[in-house]
Design a protein around this ligand. Sequence first.
Ligand SMILES: [Fe+2]
Ligand SMILES: [Fe+2]
Length: 185
Amino acid sequence: MTTNPPSFGQTPLSDVQTLRARARQHIEEGAVTEGYAADRDKVVEMLNEALATELVCVLRYKRHYFMASGIHSAAVAAEFLEHAEQEMEHADQLAKRIVELKGEPNFSPTGLAERSHAEYVEGKTLHEMIKEDLVAERVAIESYREMIAYLGTSDPTTQMLLKGILAVEEEHADDLSSFLESMKD
Ligand SMILES: [Fe+2]
Ligand SMILES: [Fe+2]
């Protein structure tokens, strides 16, 4: 049986032989191949800021979950907990990607709040907590949008990851504004 190498015809794709040779060239670089067009250090730095943001959000949502009380508390507390768990998943996804890019995820509590884009605000009432969480989500949404635009086509894998996270942050913001709306009556 003869196997013909796949042909890419006139497409601008590299041929399989070239791709294989290139992949072997810097094998120690793992997922980062020569075709990686982004500034890796900059991307790792950016992902570490996103990681700090997610960790601060986990802490804030956990605090709010345990402190939630009042007439609307049960449903809101359940939502806080769900958000905390999803922010933790985001943190894990970001850390994993940082390692794939040969960087080191920064989980240090020292300077965590400064590295984070979103703030840790406790809030006194349930209403204040929801409001602060909504502000934090909006900050996260803005920074993910900026990162996605910055990456452009230079790192589609990281970009896809950030787009997935962004979609969840938008859901979070939507959930929170619905609660604020329903608490008006
Ligand atoms: Fe998140
Ligand atoms: Fe979120």
